[in-house]
Ligand binder design. Sequence first.
Ligand code: COA
Ligand code: NAP
Length: 269
Amino acid sequence: MFEQSTLKDKVVFIAGGTSGINLGIAKGMAAVGAKIAVLGRNSDKALAAAQEITESVKSINGHSAIALTADVRDPEQVENALQSCVAQLGKIDCLISGAAGNFPAPALGISPKGFKTVVDIDLLGTYNVFHLGFNHINKGASLIAITAPQAVTVMPFQVHVCAAKAGINMMIKCLAVEWGASGITVNGISPGPINGTEGAERLAPTPEAKSAMSAKIASKRFGDTKDIADAAIYLASDMGRYINGTIMTVDGGTELGDASEDCLKIPLR
Ligand code: COA
Ligand code: NAP
């Protein structure tokens, strides 16, 4: 259990923080004292998310979250959003890159433009947020990219996501090495499928698909947004100060591969 002051007055910028897992991180961090900026493409959605975060902490610390609008594929828009965050909340202590796009499709059904779209949002978008964000962070800042099991475990119909997230994993390590001397840490969080999120709905759109996917996970279930928020708070807090260049896997064992009953029933000699 974190304290209400674990991230007291820390400024957190969350690209893709207007829904799902990243909104869960935003609310979790706000509840332990952080000042939050959430960013997405849709301004109404961003405003609603900022209002939801503000409401959720009204009785705790009275911080108002701010809404920013940008497409992470566009460096100019990202730079404007970063400047707006600093002008309203101050320099950034925790910079999170979590915007992503996904549609399950066989490789032959993904056009070059479809492949580029996902790589541009996930991989180039993370580069834009971190590269441009470097000039807007405080010494000791924590940079966190939201990656996925697809970075290290093959998933059919996910060639674009596997390629993009694998790139993010290496980017995290490269930046940790280059920027460590500036007192910055760069890490990733790799969530498994998370209940009630767009990403999980796209990969398991029916109850049957969800059961089948859960059966293959070592822990036999999907995770919750709080699981990921807790990991992010840990990394961004003083407790995570010596963690650098790593991918924190919070996936119930998803990344380990097939743990289904059938798979474990292979007769042994
Ligand atoms: N199968 C194959 N190709 C698809 C597809 C699908 N289901 N959905 C989109 N594409 C292709 C499009 O056909 C297009 O390529 P084309 O013009 O050669 O046909 C390309 O992807 C770009 O699509 P577009 O809709 O113009 O991109 P966008 O930038 O507006 O949206 C997406 C990006 C496609 C990733 C969209 O799903 C999105 O905005 N997702 C954000 C939410 C999300 O994915 N959440 C889960 C996070 S894990
Ligand atoms: P989600 O609810 O669809 O959230 C995506 C966020 O990114 C939204 O805020 C969205 O807002 C924003 N976004 C999308 N494209 C953008 C762009 N081009 N520029 C700026 N913002 C953009 O997603 P989620 O399912 O919670 O997933 C969140 C993260 O966790 C992703 O990185 C995903 O890969 C990762 N992940 C998810 C799961 C899962 O089970 N859900 C599992 C493993 C990893 P707008 O649409 O308004 O732009």
